[in-house]
Design a protein around this ligand. Structure first.
Ligand code: CAA
Length: 394
């Protein structure tokens, strides 16, 4: 078992760290406070290759592995989670979904622009009454021969206002249940696509989250992804990969809050010595460091399984469940370490604490991850990480 990162992977981590510190940190408090979309930062992330990291270079991507992507997500998320969720959705839900399951024409048409950030993508599954229960789609796409007519409303759409391409999940045949669901590529300047107001959120406040209304939108048949009825499995598989990205975001939040706490506790003195010399604080740091390391192992392992072409559904749910729990706990403790300073915006940890909460909710709540994990336990569908990808009974 080798735990060492390659030189290329370390270089990606370092580039992301440098970019986050130099380009994301300045103004992050103001962008969060005033819900300002990070237009300039997104442009630069496209330029630097953070928006299509895993895509094959022939479609304009960076051709990197998932581990490199996770390392970048971790560094960006230590600083600005509005930017890192844009990176996560564009890379793992939109680009990966298109590259893995799209037709050659779809890849040629959409991936290059998505990788450079010329276009941003959004993944439109959740609805006012279908979030966790993803099969209960009310959005419909009626087959009209050479096109579909799309009608419905999607909620909580990350990149809702800034995206040019939507991957929309819709019901094409209610009678068939999840086998009557399809996924479509929809361009946002087509007639009938309307963006609702921007949500005023607890965290990741400068990312733009909107509801989207589709009214009689004409979607060409060639914009359906995969065979007829493949949409639900497409959404599930893409979300499995997405959960690795969000797990890495959660890991970054925890690691960022921890690094700030280590720094502050060295500098701040109480009762005649730095507060990290008091057991009350030292033990908090010890717990943080240990839990972050455990989360990191789960996150890297899920990325590695994906890179090896093995099944990563269970591993990504476990990584997201645990890393998001650690993000929440660590960021709350980081505020405590900072005392009164932790409660004000200038010290960054309160923002990380607010950002941590969404990692337990989006791309499948913690409760959904427990459904996925517990089903794997009861069916004995646990994966052994060997090249033959054996399935074993617990
Ligand atoms: N990969 C491929 N296929 C899968 C799969 C996977 N990971 N998981 C399930 N499937 C298949 C099953 O095999 C089954 O197929 P068959 O009938 O042919 O056997 C089919 O899909 C239905 O599966 P289930 O019976 O397990 O479906 P279910 O209704 O019980 O739901 C669930 C399972 C895990 C709860 C699922 O609904 C789920 O993951 N819900 C959460 C959805 C979610 O994550 N929403 C987040 C919104 S997106 C977002 O947040 C994006 C953003 O903007 C940041």
């Amino acid at each position: 078992m080798i735990f060492e990162l390659s030189e290329e992977q370390l270089a990606v981590k370092e580039a992301a760290r440098e970019f986050a510190q130099k380009d994301l940190l300045p103004g992050v408090i103001e962008r969060d406070r005033d819900m300002i979309f990070p237009t300039e930062q997104v442009r630069k992330m496209g330029e630097l290759g953070f928006l299509g990291m895993m895509v094959d270079p022939k479609y304009g991507g960076g051709g990197m592995d998932t581990i490199s992507y996770v390392l970048a997500m971790e560094e960006l998320s230590k600083v600005d989670n509005s930017c890192s969720v844009i990176v996560s959705v564009n890379n793992s839900l939109v680009c990966w979904g298109l590259e893995k399951f799209g037709s050659e024409d779809q890849k040629q048409k959409y991936l290059t622009k998505l990788c450079t950030g010329e276009w941003i993508g959004a993944f439109c599954l959740s609805e006012p009454e279908a979030g966790s229960d993803a099969t209960s789609q009310r959005t419909t796409a009626i087959d009209k021969g050479d096109h579909y007519i799309l009608n419905g409303t999607k909620n909580w759409i990350t990149n809702g206002g800034s995206s040019k391409v939507h991957l929309v999940i819709a019901q094409t045949d209610v009678e068939k249940g999840h086998k009557g669901i399809n996924a479509f590529i929809v361009e946002t300047d087509w007639d009938g696509v309307n963006v609702g107001g921007k949500e005023d959120k607890l965290g990741i406040r400068s990312s733009d989250t909107h509801s989207i209304m589709y009214t009689d939108v004409k979607v060409p048949k060639e914009n359906r992804i995969g065979e007829d009825g493949f949409g639900f499995k497409f959404a599930m598989k893409v979300l499995s990969g997405g959960r690795i990205g969000i797990a890495a975001q959660a890991l970054g939040i925890a690691a960022g809050a921890y690094e700030l706490s280590v720094k502050y506790s060295k500098e701040r003195e109480a009762f005649g010595k730095p507060i990290n010399r008091h057991q009350a604080i030292a033990f908090k740091l010890a717990d943080m460091a240990t839990e972050i390391e455990a989360a990191r192992l789960l996150v890297y392992r899920s990325a590695w399984l994906k890179d090896m072409g093995m099944n990563f559904d269970l591993a990504s749910s476990q990584a997201k469940l645990y890393a998001s729990t650690v993000a929440m706990k660590t960021s709350v403790e980081a505020v405590q370490v900072h005392g009164g300073y932790g409660f004000v915006k200038e010290y960054h940890v309160e923002r990380l604490m607010r950002d941590a909460k969404i990692t337990q909710i989006y791309e499948g709540t913690s409760e959904i991850q427990k459904i996925v994990i517990s089903r794997a336990i009861t069916t004995g569908d646990l994966y052994v990480p060997t090249k033959t990808n054996q399935t074993v009974t617990a």
